[in-house]
Design a protein around this ligand. Structure first.
Ligand code: ARG
Length: 459
Protein backbone atom coordinates (compact mmCIF):
# COMPACT_ATOMS: atom_id res chain seq x y z
CA UNK A 1 0.00 0.00 0.00
CA UNK A 2 1.33 3.43 -1.00
CA UNK A 3 1.28 5.78 1.97
CA UNK A 4 -0.30 9.20 1.62
CA UNK A 5 2.92 10.85 2.76
CA UNK A 6 5.49 8.70 0.99
CA UNK A 7 7.38 11.54 -0.73
CA UNK A 8 9.32 12.56 2.34
CA UNK A 9 9.97 9.07 3.67
CA UNK A 10 12.72 6.60 2.90
CA UNK A 11 12.01 3.82 5.40
CA UNK A 12 8.90 1.66 5.36
CA UNK A 13 6.64 1.74 8.44
CA UNK A 14 7.49 -0.97 10.96
CA UNK A 15 4.85 -3.69 10.79
CA UNK A 16 4.02 -3.46 14.49
CA UNK A 17 3.93 0.34 14.47
CA UNK A 18 1.54 0.20 11.54
CA UNK A 19 -0.76 -1.99 13.62
CA UNK A 20 -0.25 0.17 16.68
CA UNK A 21 -1.23 3.40 14.95
CA UNK A 22 -4.05 2.25 12.67
CA UNK A 23 -7.64 3.33 13.16
CA UNK A 24 -9.32 1.51 10.27
CA UNK A 25 -10.35 -1.31 12.61
CA UNK A 26 -12.81 1.09 14.28
CA UNK A 27 -13.22 4.14 12.02
CA UNK A 28 -14.34 1.93 9.11
CA UNK A 29 -17.86 2.43 10.38
CA UNK A 30 -17.63 6.04 9.14
CA UNK A 31 -17.38 5.04 5.48
CA UNK A 32 -20.77 6.44 4.48
CA UNK A 33 -20.10 9.80 6.11
CA UNK A 34 -16.60 9.91 4.63
CA UNK A 35 -17.90 9.36 1.11
CA UNK A 36 -20.81 11.75 1.60
CA UNK A 37 -18.35 14.45 2.73
CA UNK A 38 -16.01 13.73 -0.17
CA UNK A 39 -18.80 14.09 -2.70
CA UNK A 40 -19.75 17.50 -1.30
CA UNK A 41 -16.11 18.56 -1.22
CA UNK A 42 -15.70 17.49 -4.84
CA UNK A 43 -18.82 19.39 -5.93
CA UNK A 44 -17.40 22.49 -4.31
CA UNK A 45 -14.01 22.04 -6.03
CA UNK A 46 -15.84 21.85 -9.38
CA UNK A 47 -18.00 24.88 -8.71
CA UNK A 48 -14.93 26.90 -7.75
CA UNK A 49 -13.05 25.79 -10.86
CA UNK A 50 -10.34 24.18 -8.73
CA UNK A 51 -10.94 20.97 -10.67
CA UNK A 52 -12.76 20.69 -13.98
CA UNK A 53 -16.37 19.53 -14.35
CA UNK A 54 -15.21 16.45 -16.17
CA UNK A 55 -12.72 15.51 -13.47
CA UNK A 56 -15.25 16.15 -10.73
CA UNK A 57 -17.89 13.98 -12.38
CA UNK A 58 -15.44 11.10 -12.70
CA UNK A 59 -14.43 11.41 -9.07
CA UNK A 60 -18.03 11.52 -7.85
CA UNK A 61 -18.96 8.58 -10.02
CA UNK A 62 -15.98 6.67 -8.64
CA UNK A 63 -17.00 7.51 -5.06
CA UNK A 64 -20.48 6.14 -5.70
CA UNK A 65 -18.92 2.94 -7.00
CA UNK A 66 -16.74 2.65 -3.91
CA UNK A 67 -19.83 3.09 -1.74
CA UNK A 68 -21.64 0.33 -3.61
CA UNK A 69 -18.65 -1.99 -3.34
CA UNK A 70 -18.41 -1.47 0.41
CA UNK A 71 -22.13 -2.02 0.87
CA UNK A 72 -21.86 -5.25 -1.07
CA UNK A 73 -18.53 -6.65 0.07
CA UNK A 74 -17.69 -4.83 3.29
CA UNK A 75 -14.31 -3.34 4.11
CA UNK A 76 -11.00 -5.13 4.09
CA UNK A 77 -9.65 -4.14 7.49
CA UNK A 78 -5.94 -4.10 6.70
CA UNK A 79 -3.79 -1.94 9.00
CA UNK A 80 -1.69 -0.80 6.04
CA UNK A 81 -4.67 1.35 5.01
CA UNK A 82 -4.27 3.16 8.34
CA UNK A 83 -7.71 4.81 8.36
CA UNK A 84 -11.01 5.00 6.51
CA UNK A 85 -9.98 8.14 4.61
CA UNK A 86 -6.94 6.41 3.13
CA UNK A 87 -8.93 3.28 2.41
CA UNK A 88 -11.52 5.16 0.39
CA UNK A 89 -8.95 7.20 -1.51
CA UNK A 90 -7.13 4.00 -2.41
CA UNK A 91 -10.32 2.31 -3.58
CA UNK A 92 -11.12 5.41 -5.62
CA UNK A 93 -7.69 5.19 -7.24
CA UNK A 94 -8.41 1.57 -8.18
CA UNK A 95 -11.56 2.82 -9.95
CA UNK A 96 -10.41 6.03 -11.67
CA UNK A 97 -6.62 6.02 -11.52
CA UNK A 98 -4.43 8.97 -10.55
CA UNK A 99 -7.28 11.45 -10.89
CA UNK A 100 -8.27 10.23 -7.40
CA UNK A 101 -5.35 12.30 -6.16
CA UNK A 102 -7.25 15.51 -6.95
CA UNK A 103 -9.98 14.79 -4.39
CA UNK A 104 -7.79 15.70 -1.45
CA UNK A 105 -7.15 19.22 -2.81
CA UNK A 106 -7.77 21.85 -0.12
CA UNK A 107 -8.57 19.25 2.49
CA UNK A 108 -6.78 17.45 5.29
CA UNK A 109 -7.67 14.36 7.22
CA UNK A 110 -7.77 16.69 10.20
CA UNK A 111 -10.93 18.45 9.03
CA UNK A 112 -12.17 15.30 7.30
CA UNK A 113 -12.35 13.25 10.49
CA UNK A 114 -14.20 15.99 12.34
CA UNK A 115 -16.69 16.14 9.48
CA UNK A 116 -17.18 12.37 9.45
CA UNK A 117 -17.82 12.21 13.18
CA UNK A 118 -20.21 15.16 13.09
CA UNK A 119 -22.22 13.58 10.26
CA UNK A 120 -22.24 10.28 12.15
CA UNK A 121 -23.43 11.96 15.34
CA UNK A 122 -26.18 13.80 13.54
CA UNK A 123 -27.65 10.44 12.53
CA UNK A 124 -27.06 8.84 15.90
CA UNK A 125 -28.66 11.78 17.72
CA UNK A 126 -31.81 11.09 15.78
CA UNK A 127 -31.63 7.36 16.52
CA UNK A 128 -31.15 8.09 20.21
CA UNK A 129 -34.15 10.40 20.33
CA UNK A 130 -36.30 7.77 18.60
CA UNK A 131 -35.23 5.11 21.10
CA UNK A 132 -35.81 7.41 24.06
CA UNK A 133 -39.26 8.32 22.81
CA UNK A 134 -40.07 4.68 22.41
CA UNK A 135 -39.06 4.12 26.03
CA UNK A 136 -41.20 7.07 27.08
CA UNK A 137 -44.12 5.59 25.17
CA UNK A 138 -43.72 2.35 27.09
CA UNK A 139 -43.68 4.31 30.34
CA UNK A 140 -46.88 6.12 29.41
CA UNK A 141 -48.62 2.86 28.47
CA UNK A 142 -47.70 1.33 31.83
CA UNK A 143 -48.58 4.52 33.72
CA UNK A 144 -52.04 4.55 32.12
CA UNK A 145 -52.66 1.03 33.40
CA UNK A 146 -51.37 1.78 36.88
CA UNK A 147 -52.98 5.09 37.79
CA UNK A 148 -55.05 3.40 40.50
CA UNK A 149 -52.16 1.39 41.88
CA UNK A 150 -50.93 2.93 45.10
CA UNK A 151 -47.55 2.21 46.58
CA UNK A 152 -45.36 3.76 49.24
CA UNK A 153 -43.33 6.73 48.05
CA UNK A 154 -39.92 6.57 49.68
CA UNK A 155 -37.41 9.04 51.04
CA UNK A 156 -34.21 7.58 52.50
CA UNK A 157 -35.71 4.28 51.27
CA UNK A 158 -38.17 4.58 54.19
CA UNK A 159 -41.92 4.75 53.74
CA UNK A 160 -42.81 8.42 53.29
CA UNK A 161 -46.16 9.16 51.62
CA UNK A 162 -48.41 7.05 49.38
CA UNK A 163 -48.28 7.78 45.66
CA UNK A 164 -49.79 6.44 42.48
CA UNK A 165 -47.55 4.03 40.59
CA UNK A 166 -48.24 6.15 37.49
CA UNK A 167 -46.68 9.08 39.34
CA UNK A 168 -43.56 7.08 40.15
CA UNK A 169 -43.24 5.91 36.54
CA UNK A 170 -43.85 9.40 35.16
CA UNK A 171 -40.91 10.67 37.21
CA UNK A 172 -38.75 8.71 34.77
CA UNK A 173 -40.70 10.03 31.80
CA UNK A 174 -39.68 13.57 32.73
CA UNK A 175 -36.04 12.62 33.36
CA UNK A 176 -35.91 11.10 29.89
CA UNK A 177 -37.64 14.14 28.43
CA UNK A 178 -34.79 16.32 29.69
CA UNK A 179 -32.31 13.86 28.20
CA UNK A 180 -34.03 14.27 24.84
CA UNK A 181 -33.91 18.07 25.21
CA UNK A 182 -30.19 17.81 25.90
CA UNK A 183 -29.66 15.82 22.71
CA UNK A 184 -31.61 18.42 20.71
CA UNK A 185 -29.49 21.20 22.20
CA UNK A 186 -26.36 19.29 21.35
CA UNK A 187 -27.46 18.96 17.72
CA UNK A 188 -27.83 22.76 17.53
CA UNK A 189 -24.18 23.25 18.45
CA UNK A 190 -23.09 20.35 16.26
CA UNK A 191 -24.55 22.11 13.26
CA UNK A 192 -21.39 23.89 12.01
CA UNK A 193 -19.41 22.61 9.07
CA UNK A 194 -15.73 21.76 9.78
CA UNK A 195 -14.89 20.96 6.14
CA UNK A 196 -12.39 23.38 4.60
CA UNK A 197 -10.55 24.03 7.86
CA UNK A 198 -7.85 21.84 6.28
CA UNK A 199 -4.82 20.94 8.40
CA UNK A 200 -5.17 23.81 10.90
CA UNK A 201 -5.10 27.21 9.20
CA UNK A 202 -7.39 27.10 6.18
CA UNK A 203 -6.09 27.05 2.61
CA UNK A 204 -4.58 29.24 -0.11
CA UNK A 205 -7.02 27.75 -2.64
CA UNK A 206 -10.31 29.58 -3.39
CA UNK A 207 -12.73 27.18 -1.65
CA UNK A 208 -16.35 27.97 -0.69
CA UNK A 209 -17.16 26.66 2.75
CA UNK A 210 -20.66 28.10 2.70
CA UNK A 211 -21.42 25.98 -0.32
CA UNK A 212 -20.31 22.72 1.30
CA UNK A 213 -22.25 23.75 4.42
CA UNK A 214 -25.37 23.99 2.32
CA UNK A 215 -24.71 20.70 0.53
CA UNK A 216 -24.14 18.86 3.79
CA UNK A 217 -27.03 20.45 5.64
CA UNK A 218 -24.97 22.50 8.12
CA UNK A 219 -26.12 25.92 9.25
CA UNK A 220 -22.76 27.53 8.50
CA UNK A 221 -19.02 26.87 8.45
CA UNK A 222 -17.08 26.83 11.74
CA UNK A 223 -15.44 30.18 12.53
CA UNK A 224 -11.88 29.18 13.32
CA UNK A 225 -9.98 26.45 11.53
CA UNK A 226 -7.58 25.88 14.41
CA UNK A 227 -10.42 25.45 16.88
CA UNK A 228 -12.14 23.12 14.44
CA UNK A 229 -9.33 20.60 14.05
CA UNK A 230 -8.30 20.79 17.73
CA UNK A 231 -11.59 20.59 19.56
CA UNK A 232 -13.55 17.56 20.58
CA UNK A 233 -15.89 19.21 23.06
CA UNK A 234 -18.79 18.06 20.88
CA UNK A 235 -17.70 14.49 21.60
CA UNK A 236 -17.36 15.20 25.31
CA UNK A 237 -20.79 16.81 25.25
CA UNK A 238 -22.56 13.81 23.73
CA UNK A 239 -20.63 11.47 26.04
CA UNK A 240 -21.82 13.54 29.01
CA UNK A 241 -25.39 13.32 27.73
CA UNK A 242 -25.06 9.57 27.24
CA UNK A 243 -23.67 9.27 30.76
CA UNK A 244 -26.65 11.15 32.17
CA UNK A 245 -29.04 8.92 30.22
CA UNK A 246 -27.29 5.85 31.59
CA UNK A 247 -27.35 7.20 35.14
CA UNK A 248 -31.09 7.86 34.84
CA UNK A 249 -31.63 4.38 33.39
CA UNK A 250 -29.47 2.90 36.09
CA UNK A 251 -31.63 4.34 38.86
CA UNK A 252 -34.67 2.83 37.21
CA UNK A 253 -32.81 -0.47 36.95
CA UNK A 254 -31.86 -0.36 40.61
CA UNK A 255 -35.55 -0.02 41.45
CA UNK A 256 -36.42 -2.93 39.18
CA UNK A 257 -33.79 -5.03 40.96
CA UNK A 258 -35.04 -4.02 44.41
CA UNK A 259 -38.67 -4.32 43.47
CA UNK A 260 -38.27 -7.81 42.06
CA UNK A 261 -36.70 -9.10 45.29
CA UNK A 262 -39.05 -11.09 47.59
CA UNK A 263 -38.54 -8.39 50.25
CA UNK A 264 -40.31 -5.88 48.03
CA UNK A 265 -42.13 -8.17 45.61
CA UNK A 266 -43.51 -5.15 43.73
CA UNK A 267 -42.72 -6.18 40.18
CA UNK A 268 -42.56 -9.26 38.04
CA UNK A 269 -40.22 -9.11 35.08
CA UNK A 270 -41.18 -11.47 32.26
CA UNK A 271 -39.21 -14.71 31.84
CA UNK A 272 -38.12 -13.42 28.43
CA UNK A 273 -35.81 -10.84 30.01
CA UNK A 274 -34.57 -12.80 33.02
CA UNK A 275 -32.06 -15.59 33.42
CA UNK A 276 -31.69 -18.47 35.83
CA UNK A 277 -28.88 -19.95 37.82
CA UNK A 278 -26.75 -22.90 36.81
CA UNK A 279 -26.82 -24.25 40.37
CA UNK A 280 -29.90 -22.86 42.15
CA UNK A 281 -32.98 -24.17 40.36
CA UNK A 282 -35.36 -21.67 41.96
CA UNK A 283 -33.59 -18.53 40.69
CA UNK A 284 -34.95 -15.96 38.30
CA UNK A 285 -32.58 -13.03 38.11
CA UNK A 286 -33.22 -9.50 36.79
CA UNK A 287 -29.98 -9.53 34.75
CA UNK A 288 -31.17 -7.03 32.19
CA UNK A 289 -31.53 -4.40 34.89
CA UNK A 290 -28.29 -5.37 36.60
CA UNK A 291 -26.33 -5.28 33.37
CA UNK A 292 -27.69 -1.89 32.43
CA UNK A 293 -26.71 -0.62 35.87
CA UNK A 294 -23.27 -2.15 35.25
CA UNK A 295 -22.87 -0.73 31.76
CA UNK A 296 -23.47 2.73 33.19
CA UNK A 297 -19.99 2.59 34.69
CA UNK A 298 -18.61 1.75 31.30
CA UNK A 299 -20.24 4.75 29.58
CA UNK A 300 -19.07 7.10 32.34
CA UNK A 301 -15.62 5.61 31.78
CA UNK A 302 -15.87 6.49 28.07
CA UNK A 303 -16.63 10.11 29.01
CA UNK A 304 -13.73 10.27 31.43
CA UNK A 305 -11.37 8.70 28.86
CA UNK A 306 -12.01 11.49 26.35
CA UNK A 307 -11.91 14.23 28.99
CA UNK A 308 -8.50 13.05 30.09
CA UNK A 309 -7.28 12.72 26.51
CA UNK A 310 -8.14 16.38 25.86
CA UNK A 311 -6.76 17.69 29.11
CA UNK A 312 -3.40 19.34 28.57
CA UNK A 313 -3.39 18.80 24.79
CA UNK A 314 -1.82 21.77 22.96
CA UNK A 315 -3.43 23.15 19.79
CA UNK A 316 -4.00 22.15 17.12
CA UNK A 317 -4.40 18.58 15.85
CA UNK A 318 -2.55 15.88 17.75
CA UNK A 319 -2.76 12.19 17.04
CA UNK A 320 -4.00 11.65 20.60
CA UNK A 321 -7.34 12.77 19.22
CA UNK A 322 -7.72 9.46 17.42
CA UNK A 323 -8.41 8.02 20.87
CA UNK A 324 -11.81 9.76 20.92
CA UNK A 325 -13.48 7.29 18.60
CA UNK A 326 -13.51 3.97 20.43
CA UNK A 327 -15.04 5.46 23.60
CA UNK A 328 -17.53 7.39 21.49
CA UNK A 329 -18.67 4.38 19.47
CA UNK A 330 -18.75 2.23 22.57
CA UNK A 331 -20.88 4.72 24.48
CA UNK A 332 -23.30 5.21 21.58
CA UNK A 333 -23.73 1.46 21.03
CA UNK A 334 -23.98 0.68 24.73
CA UNK A 335 -26.51 3.41 25.48
CA UNK A 336 -28.68 2.57 22.49
CA UNK A 337 -28.76 -1.09 23.49
CA UNK A 338 -29.51 -0.19 27.11
CA UNK A 339 -32.48 1.98 26.17
CA UNK A 340 -33.79 -0.79 23.92
CA UNK A 341 -33.34 -3.49 26.56
CA UNK A 342 -35.06 -1.51 29.29
CA UNK A 343 -37.95 -0.68 26.98
CA UNK A 344 -38.44 -4.39 26.33
CA UNK A 345 -38.21 -5.21 30.05
CA UNK A 346 -40.64 -2.48 31.07
CA UNK A 347 -43.13 -3.40 28.38
CA UNK A 348 -43.33 -6.93 29.77
CA UNK A 349 -43.23 -5.97 33.44
CA UNK A 350 -46.29 -6.56 35.60
CA UNK A 351 -46.78 -4.84 38.91
CA UNK A 352 -48.00 -6.53 42.07
CA UNK A 353 -50.83 -4.15 42.98
CA UNK A 354 -51.99 -6.01 46.07
CA UNK A 355 -48.53 -6.16 47.56
CA UNK A 356 -47.95 -2.46 46.92
CA UNK A 357 -51.20 -1.61 48.65
CA UNK A 358 -50.39 -3.90 51.55
CA UNK A 359 -47.07 -2.14 52.06
CA UNK A 360 -48.89 1.19 52.23
CA UNK A 361 -50.35 0.04 55.52
CA UNK A 362 -46.87 -0.21 56.99
CA UNK A 363 -44.79 2.70 58.25
CA UNK A 364 -47.36 5.28 59.43
CA UNK A 365 -47.59 7.01 56.05
CA UNK A 366 -50.74 8.82 57.21
CA UNK A 367 -48.67 10.98 59.56
CA UNK A 368 -48.23 14.00 57.26
CA UNK A 369 -51.94 13.91 56.42
CA UNK A 370 -52.82 13.90 60.11
CA UNK A 371 -50.55 16.89 60.69
CA UNK A 372 -52.13 18.69 57.70
CA UNK A 373 -55.55 17.83 59.19
CA UNK A 374 -54.66 19.60 62.44
CA UNK A 375 -53.29 22.56 60.44
CA UNK A 376 -56.62 22.81 58.62
CA UNK A 377 -58.29 22.91 62.05
CA UNK A 378 -56.09 25.85 63.02
CA UNK A 379 -53.01 24.36 64.71
CA UNK A 380 -49.57 25.74 63.70
CA UNK A 381 -47.70 23.16 61.59
CA UNK A 382 -44.80 22.75 64.02
CA UNK A 383 -47.19 21.91 66.85
CA UNK A 384 -49.17 19.58 64.60
CA UNK A 385 -45.94 17.81 63.64
CA UNK A 386 -45.06 17.24 67.29
CA UNK A 387 -48.56 16.11 68.21
CA UNK A 388 -48.65 13.52 65.43
CA UNK A 389 -45.12 12.45 66.31
CA UNK A 390 -46.42 11.61 69.79
CA UNK A 391 -49.34 9.70 68.32
CA UNK A 392 -46.95 7.66 66.17
CA UNK A 393 -44.86 6.92 69.24
CA UNK A 394 -48.04 5.82 71.03
CA UNK A 395 -48.87 3.47 68.15
CA UNK A 396 -45.37 1.97 68.22
CA UNK A 397 -45.69 1.30 71.94
CA UNK A 398 -49.18 -0.20 71.63
CA UNK A 399 -48.45 -2.09 68.42
CA UNK A 400 -51.27 -0.24 66.65
CA UNK A 401 -51.73 1.41 63.30
CA UNK A 402 -52.82 5.05 62.95
CA UNK A 403 -55.99 4.09 61.12
CA UNK A 404 -57.00 1.69 63.92
CA UNK A 405 -56.96 4.25 66.73
CA UNK A 406 -60.33 5.13 68.28
CA UNK A 407 -61.41 8.75 68.12
CA UNK A 408 -61.04 8.91 71.91
CA UNK A 409 -57.40 7.96 71.58
CA UNK A 410 -56.83 10.72 69.01
CA UNK A 411 -58.57 13.28 71.20
CA UNK A 412 -56.23 12.48 74.06
CA UNK A 413 -53.52 14.16 71.97
CA UNK A 414 -55.64 17.05 70.64
CA UNK A 415 -59.29 18.00 70.97
CA UNK A 416 -59.14 19.33 67.41
CA UNK A 417 -59.57 15.73 66.21
CA UNK A 418 -63.13 14.94 65.15
CA UNK A 419 -64.86 11.99 63.53
CA UNK A 420 -64.02 13.30 60.09
CA UNK A 421 -60.32 12.46 60.64
CA UNK A 422 -60.65 8.94 59.22
CA UNK A 423 -61.63 10.19 55.81
CA UNK A 424 -58.38 12.16 55.62
CA UNK A 425 -56.27 9.09 56.17
CA UNK A 426 -57.97 6.92 53.62
CA UNK A 427 -55.29 5.71 51.18
CA UNK A 428 -56.92 6.93 47.99
CA UNK A 429 -57.94 10.18 49.59
CA UNK A 430 -54.34 10.81 50.66
CA UNK A 431 -53.15 10.35 47.09
CA UNK A 432 -55.92 12.37 45.47
CA UNK A 433 -55.72 15.29 47.86
CA UNK A 434 -52.15 16.01 46.82
CA UNK A 435 -53.42 18.31 44.14
CA UNK A 436 -50.64 20.92 44.19
CA UNK A 437 -49.10 21.36 40.71
CA UNK A 438 -46.86 18.37 40.05
CA UNK A 439 -48.46 16.35 42.85
CA UNK A 440 -49.61 12.73 42.78
CA UNK A 441 -53.40 13.25 42.63
CA UNK A 442 -54.87 10.78 40.14
CA UNK A 443 -56.86 13.50 38.43
CA UNK A 444 -53.65 15.47 37.79
CA UNK A 445 -51.95 12.34 36.49
CA UNK A 446 -54.76 11.54 34.07
CA UNK A 447 -54.65 15.09 32.71
CA UNK A 448 -50.88 14.99 32.49
CA UNK A 449 -50.91 11.72 30.55
CA UNK A 450 -53.50 13.11 28.14
CA UNK A 451 -51.40 16.22 27.62
CA UNK A 452 -48.27 14.17 26.94
CA UNK A 453 -50.08 11.91 24.49
CA UNK A 454 -51.34 14.92 22.62
CA UNK A 455 -47.92 16.61 22.55
CA UNK A 456 -46.20 13.46 21.31
CA UNK A 457 -49.10 12.56 18.99
CA UNK A 458 -49.50 9.15 20.62
CA UNK A 459 -53.26 8.83 20.28
N1 ARG B 1 -7.33 8.74 12.37
C1 ARG B 1 -7.18 10.14 12.63
C2 ARG B 1 -8.03 10.52 13.84
O1 ARG B 1 -8.90 9.79 14.16
C3 ARG B 1 -7.66 10.91 11.46
C4 ARG B 1 -6.95 12.20 11.28
C5 ARG B 1 -5.55 11.89 10.98
N2 ARG B 1 -4.74 12.99 10.75
C6 ARG B 1 -3.41 12.83 10.72
N3 ARG B 1 -2.72 13.86 10.50
N4 ARG B 1 -2.88 11.67 10.88
O2 ARG B 1 -7.83 11.52 14.46
Amino acid sequence: MKKLWEGRFQGKTHKFIEEYTESISFDHRLYREDIEGSIAHCQMLMKQGIISEEEGKKIIDGLHQVMEDIKKNGIDIDPSYEDIHTYIENKLREKIGDLAGKLHTARSRNDQIVLDVKLYLRKEAKNLIDLMENLQYTIIKQAEKEINTILPGFTHLQHAQPVSLAFHLLAYYFMFERDIERIKDFVKRLNENPLGSCALAGTTLPIDRFYTSKLLGFKKPTENAMDTVSSRDFIIEILAILSIIMVNLSRFCEELVLWSSPEFDFVNLPDTVCTGSSIMPQKKNPDVAELTRGKTGRVIGDLVAVLVTLKGLPLSYNRDLQEDKEPLFDAIDTTKNAIKAISIALEGASFNRERMKEMCLVGFMEATDLADYLVKKGMPFREAHETVGKIVQYCIEKGKKLRDLEIGEYRRFSTLFGDDVYQYIDLEYMVDSRRSYGGTSRKLLKDQIEKIKKQKRWN
